[in-house]
Design a protein. Structure first.
Length: 138
């Protein structure tokens, strides 16, 4: 999730070398990595007894991105939409954390606030923002 491509006005790739692109290194690997192999023969008659090798990383990458969003959301009030775009570079993760904790998106989506306001219409206390799940909460 750390790859981000930038092009200049003429369409030339600007993040193409070690000075402009963060290449994963040994320090990016976990300290402890445990791998186990499934000790069962292939029961299907496939070409070279192959299994899918290209598609499995796709859901894994999405799950990492969603885990980052969930971690950021855990630092905010319930109902806040995390403003995180892919790729989840370190800068974008930091900006998203700052956004949900500094109030630029505090109080959730305007739509969620409208739903809560409609649900609490006629109450004496003013609605100051989304406080969490309740009547009319989406």
């Amino acid at each position: 999730t750390s790859e981000e491509l930038f092009w200049d006005e003429k369409g030339r790739l600007m993040t193409h070398s070690p000075s402009t692109y963060k290449i994963p290194s040994v320090s990016d690997c976990p300290e402890s990595l445990h791998v186990e192999f499934f000790d069962n023969g292939n029961t299907e008659n496939n070409i070279f007894q192959s299994k899918a090798v290209g598609e499995p990383p796709l859901p894994t990458a999405v799950s990492v991105f969603m885990a980052i969003r969930d971690a950021i959301a855990a630092t905010a009030v319930p109902g806040v939409t995390v403003p995180l775009d892919a790729p989840a570079t370190p800068e974008r993760v930091l900006w998203a954390i700052e956004a949900v904790n500094e109030g630029s998106v505090l109080g959730a989506d305007i739509a969620a606030e409208d739903v809560l306001a409609d649900a609490t219409e006629g109450m004496v206390a003013p609605v100051m923002g989304v406080a969490g799940p309740g009547p009319g909460y989406v």
